[in-house]
Design a protein around this ligand. Structure first.
Ligand code: 13P
Length: 253
């Protein structure tokens, strides 16, 4: 099964509209010739419209960093799936560890968000990963298994098929401590096997699983050489076009 590598930049709570526009302009130029890797960027909500307009005609996809599951109504401060569709998003990141850690996200709310995204035709980047404490206590697989089961609860095969999973060990995010390619591959393989048991081997073989956590131009090649690592969700290193484009062009390193 050949899975097209997928590298996405999660800008988190960085970049004003003006700064985001500048970064999008640079990325459009530096990634113009890339065609054997799918690329997307996830600016903050306020910059989505401007970045979408700038990226029109390029191969760089647009992702949002979260959504709320209701269509509309009295939910102050929230953004609906339809709003993200209208602004031109193709993807939405759901269940990022920072949402789980700081904003009370649970497997159940992740599940509701995933269902809403599917209903509105947004592709999901579904994030999972263990904390350092959980890893040290030997709970990595059980935590990841619980997150996969909880996030995908009640979802049919056709809803899961277009999804992308992102394994982001919390201890590797923003810390400069990347999982070794072997550590990451072990969990990626576990996730793929779990998807195989929940759905089918054939489907599990098609789903892309990104790695996230201190990805840099220096470590991307080793990660991408692993059989079950199909791309990366890049935080800090996606905030500079030159560095992000080196990651995307990992084959040339
Ligand atoms: P860093 O690449 O900054 O470690 O962040 C990873 C991440 O959380 C991407 O979603």
């Amino acid at each position: 099964m050949v899975r097209l590598p997928f590298i996405a930049g999660n800008w988190k709570m960085n970049k004003t509209v003006e700064e985001a526009l500048e970064l999008a302009k640079q990325m459009k130029v530096s990634l113009a010739k890339v065609d054997s890797v799918e690329v997307a960027v996830a600016p903050p909500f306020t910059a989505l419209f401007t970045v979408r307009r700038e990226l029109e005609g390029s191969r760089i996809g647009l992702a949002a960093q979260n959504l709320f599951w209701e269509d509309k109504g009295a939910f102050t401060g929230e953004i609906s799936p339809a709003m993200l569709k209208e602004v031109g998003c193709h993807y939405v990141i759901i269940g990022h560890s920072e949402r789980r850690q700081y904003f009370g996200e649970t497997d159940e709310t992740v599940n509701r968000r995933i269902k809403a995204a599917f209903k509105h035709g947004l592709k999901v980047i579904f994030c999972i990963g263990e904390t350092l404490k959980e890893r040290e206590e030997g709970k990595t697989f059980s935590v990841v298994e619980r997150q996969v089961e909880g996030g995908l609860k009640g979802l049919k095969a056709e809803e899961v098929r277009p999804m992308v999973l992102a394994y982001e060990p919390v201890w590797a995010i923003g810390t400069g401590k990347t999982a070794t390619p072997e550590q990451a591959e072990e969990v990626h393989r576990f996730i793929r096997n779990k998807l195989g048991r929940l759905y089918s081997q054939e489907m599990a073989g098609e789903i892309r699983i990104q790695y996230g956590g201190s990805v840099t131009p220096e470590n991307i090649k080793g990660l991408m050489a692993q059989e079950d690592i199909d791309g990366a969700l890049v935080g800090g290193a996606s905030l500079q076009a030159e560095i992000f484009s080196k990651i995307v062009r990992f084959r040339e390193i």
